[in-house]
Design a protein around this ligand. Structure first.
Ligand code: F3S
Length: 413
């Protein structure tokens, strides 16, 4: 790789041990992917901010970087943690995680991170702009940033994100280069996408086929909402390793099919019709019984609009006594929802609005048995995809209306 004088100085240790280690990580990463140089970044979203991922060793690594004088030189936001700071005990999160999480969060904050602790940084003040080079972790946010915002980022892990935050650089390869951002295959949507769950189902279907390739969708007829696009982004990055999609006439790098493919011919053309949608939905519904005990709304973290829809569904109703309803969101969303009275409505009905964590990044393999949860019911394709394998809970999957009815009735219909 060709480095500038300033980058060479960083690599030689002229700016301290923390920056030197960071530059070593970036150069090794860049060389392994054939990058020719580094590119300047001023925007990092840090994966690895949950102690479920970092554990003791990762926490100590971040603390050591801070002790060596590490200071972030870019804007940095953080992904969800393993802990709801205000009600971790009540919802079954182990105290050891709370203690370790405080250390990790403090270490990031001490170097200059904005501890927003959410997978929707674009809704809490870190909105990427078109063409901006960034170093983001969190797969769902990466897809959203590349596709919906037209920003440029690869899927960064914890160490490479940390290295970018310390140096303001990332290797220039993958989705930083325009020629890697074109579509590979075409999916013609020939069914109605009625809500964010349908968009998630489409993402699950396309991700399974895609692997790492970029799908192009046509036929997304209605103007999708922000929630639709975040559900699609999350699901694509779950069943597949997708980092970007194009929706013709919707996303900024796909005004036409030709532009989405950069003039190339699609490798394959598929249809997502009624039958494909029904089959994908059925594949995410892995619990044969009607038993409901743990319900999750807010993967990716719920927007204020989603919290409002949950509150509306619970007006004058009660969550069934055998059901734990979690709505997971960012602290900033919580504050707005509280101001609007949605939190009170949900809590009065017996639900919980959980901040800064989610079942995937909290220790659900401890929480679920301690609370007696045997299934997970959700409107999120991403959560329905991961719950069986990651924390051993088979899922019911359906749209918000169906999920909220299950919360009230205590059975899945
Ligand atoms: Fe966010 Fe957790 Fe889902 S990090 S995307 S709520 S799995």
């Amino acid at each position: 790789m060709v480095l500038t004088d300033e980058e060479t100085a960083m690599l030689n240790g002229d700016k301290g041990a923390a920056v030197q280690k960071a530059m070593q990580i970036l150069v090794a990463l860049g060389e392994s992917f054939g990058a020719e140089r580094l590119v300047a970044v001023n925007n990092v979203h840090m994966a690895g901010s949950s102690v479920l991922v970092a554990e003791e060793a990762g926490t100590r690594f971040v603390e050591d970087i801070r002790k060596q004088g590490g200071k972030f030189v870019t804007r940095v936001t953080t992904n969800p943690t393993a802990v709801d700071p205000s009600q971790w005990k009540e919802i079954g999160i182990p105290e050891s995680d709370s203690i370790l999480q405080t250390r990790l969060t403090d270490a990031y904050a001490g170097m200059g991170a904005n501890s927003c602790n959410t997978c929707i940084p674009y809704l809490v003040g870190n909105m990427p702009r078109f063409g901006e080079h960034m170093a983001w972790g969190e797969s769902s946010a990466v897809v959203f940033a590349n596709s919906v915002c037209g920003a440029r980022t690869n899927r960064e892990g914890g160490p490479s994100g940390l290295a970018s935050a310390l140096t303001g650089r990332t290797p220039e390869y993958g989705f930083h280069l325009k020629h890697n951002r074109y579509g590979k295959f075409l999916i013609k949507v020939e069914t109605q996408l009625r809500d964010m769950t349908d968009f998630g189902t489409l993402g699950y279907f396309a991700g399974k086929i895609a692997g790492q390739d970029t799908p192009v969708f046509t036929g997304v007829a209605t103007t999708p909402t922000l929630e639709d696009l975040k559900a699609l982004s999350a699901a694509l990055a779950s069943s597949g390793s997708v980092s970007m999609f194009h929706a013709v006439g919707v996303t900024p790098e796909a005004p036409t099919v030709e532009e989405a493919f950069g003039g190339r011919t699609p490798d394959k053309v598929l249809v997502f019709g009624d039958a494909e949608k029904a089959a994908a939905e059925a594949a995410l519904n892995r619990e044969p019984s009607d038993h409901v005990d743990w319900i999750l709304v807010g993967c990716p973290n719920a927007s204020v609009q989603e919290i409002r829809e949950v509150a509306d569904a619970l007006q004058g109703k009660k969550v069934h006594q055998d059901v734990a309803l979690w709505v997971t969101t960012a602290g900033a969303m919580y504050a707005m929802a509280e101001r609007n009275g949605y939190i009170k409505t949900i809590e009065d009905a017996g639900g919980i609005v959980v901040r800064e964590t989610c079942p995937f990044l909290a220790r659900s393999r401890v929480i679920a048995p301690s609370k007696g949860y045997k299934t997970l019911t959700t409107n999120s394709a991403k959560m329905a995809f991961y719950a069986p394998g990651q924390f051993g809970l088979p899922t019911h999957y359906g749209n918000l209306g169906r999920v909220m009815q299950a919360a009230i009735d205590g059975v899945w219909r």
